[in-house]
Design a protein around this ligand. Structure first.
Ligand SMILES: O=C(O)CCC(=O)C(=O)O
Length: 280
């Protein structure tokens, strides 16, 4: 029996690599979380940049609350099972009426995980519509394995490594995943996806939360940390993160910096491996 998704949605995830929209939080809850995020921005002097965009659940208690919530974990459990670790979380913000976009890519390219059972829960904290540049996927593309990619540094691409996939040799019709504030989508680690610029008058804000079942390990060789958010870890492939008690506390910031240092070291190994296999 599933916890949140219907059997049809679970089948859709297996066959097409995504499910959306899934109701998670109310509009009022999403607005409350957005206010916490904007308070953090104000504290930081405007924007959340650099390492602070990643793994913020280690230094913000409200994000820790989101990633442990049944609203998010129930649909995630339906697609990856009950023993769940969180390996990465990215704050994705596209300002109103800007050219920022995200090129076609597969998350698997950057994560170096085995087996490829990682799912991203993308939680909308503002309206993610066609106009504001919601995530767009190529249904079924996760079944074609690792895509060939080229490195192309285009202005406005939020993927700083510039990897991009030419989807012209893929079948299927790109499909938008519009979300209301508080809804989420799920996408498989090998699903091709992108997103276009935000042409709306509001910011587009989302949290991309990367979950894996506990039997998945990192191939980078670097000892990484992850947060055990549900169930048991009988494998011990990742050191477990401590949960934050205080927003931006000294201990929390130190632990975050350590986790990100390890993550970036692992990422370097994966990126070097990738550049050797890139097609140009
Ligand atoms: O936020 C976006 O538009 C893209 C996010 C993304 O690529 C991801 O969550 O994997």
């Amino acid at each position: 029996m599933t916890r949140k998704l219907s059997e049809a949605q679970v089948s859709q995830y297996r066959e097409e690599g995504f499910v959306a929209p899934v109701d998670a939080f109310t509009g009022a809850q999403a607005a409350g979380y957005r206010a916490r995020l904007e308070a953090l921005e104000a504290k930081l002097g405007g924007r959340i940049t650099g390492n602070l965009m990643f793994k913020p659940h280690l230094y913000q208690t409200w994000i820790d609350e989101i990633v442990h919530s049944s609203e998010v974990l129930d649909p995630v459990e339906d697609v990856i099972g009950p023993d769940i670790l969180l390996v990465q979380l990215t704050i994705w913000i596209k300002e109103a009426n800007t050219d920022a976009f995200i090129s076609w890519h597969q998350d698997a390219t950057y994560f170096g995980l085995d087996p490829l059972e990682h799912v991203t829960a993308w939680v909308a904290l503002s309206e993610a519509s066609e106009e504001s540049g919601c995530v767009e996927v190529l249904p079924g593309s996760h079944k074609r394995g690792q895509a060939r990619h080229k490195v192309e540094f285009q202005p406005g691409n939020m993927l700083k490594t510039g990897q991009t996939i030419d989807i012209s040799d893929y079948e299927g019709t790109p499909t938008l995943m519009p979300l209301r504030p508080g809804q989420l989508s799920l996408h498989h680690t090998q699903l091709l996806h992108n997103s276009r610029p935000n042409r709306s008058t509001d910011r587009r804000i989302g949290l991309g939360i990367s979950y894996i079942p506990a039997h998945v390990r990192s191939t980078s060789g670097v000892p990484l940390s992850a947060t055990l958010v549900r169930g048991e870890d009988r494998y011990g492939y990742f050191q477990h993160d401590a949960r934050p008690q205080v927003d931006c506390g000294e201990l929390e910031m130190r632990r975050h910096a350590e986790a990100m240092a390890r993550w970036n070291e692992g990422r370097k190994v994966i990126t070097e491996r990738l550049s050797k296999s890139a097609t140009g």
